[in-house]
Write a protein that binds this ligand. Structure first.
Ligand code: FMN
Length: 177
């Protein structure tokens, strides 16, 4: 199984990165897992020029999105992982998601299981987690993908009990992919 983990955090050693490591460790041996550190790439926001709709799905922007989108299309499972920034997904990850626009046909033709990881400073329950999970669920409904589940939490790093709980919950999420 080909699993792509989209990390929307700019922090290389933050909670989101650690959560994705926990997920990768819990996936079945033999899974082909690739983490894409979206915030480290150059990915511009969609310009709404609609050129991609005239030319068969290629964006006019020559940046890193094309390579990541090819990985997304090829994935059997996809994880959107993000810190909560102002109640939502980080701008870096949202820029990539908006670039899905160029590849809608290919993405709709490629079935996938999808999970979301969202980690904020404020622990759940909080409407911000419903917004983020709801956003990803709506993307799945539009593209015909299967929403497998979510892990949402407040920051756990530096707290042993919270980190142990995160590991357990994230392993349960990995089993759904
Ligand atoms: C720009 C910015 C906006 C943030 N907005 C929120 C927010 O709306 N809600 C929240 O719970 N935490 C918010 N936080 C806190 C982060 O979500 C939290 O520290 C998270 O654990 C960071 O993830 P990371 O460790 O992977 O970088 C914000 C942090 C930053 C830097």
């Amino acid at each position: 199984m080909n699993i792509v983990l989209l990390n929307g955090s700019p922090r290389a050693a933050g909670n989101t990165t650690e959560a994705l490591k926990m997920l990768a460790e819990a996936l079945p041996a033999g899974s082909n897992v690739e983490t894409v550190n979206v915030a480290a790439l150059k990915i511009g926001g969609c310009k709404s020029c609609f050129a991609c709709k005239q030319n068969g799905g290629t964006c006019v922007q020559k940046d890193d999105a094309e390579e990541v989108l090819a990985k997304v299309v090829a994935a059997d499972a996809l994880v959107f992982a993000t810190p909560v920034y102002f109640m939502g997904i980080t701008a870096q990850l949202k820029a990539l998601i908006d670039r899905f626009f160029a590849k809608v046909d290919k993405l709709q033709a490629a079935s996938k299981k999808v999970a979301v990881i969202a980690i904020g400073g404020t622990p759940p329950p909080s409407g911000q987690y419903d917004l983020i999970a709801g956003n990803v669920q709506a993307i799945c409904a539009f593209l015909g993908w299967e929403f497998a589940g979510q892990y949402v939490a407040g920051s756990f790093q530096g707290d042993e009990a919270k980190t142990a709980a995160a590991k357990k919950e994230i392993a349960a999420l990995a089993a759904k992919l």
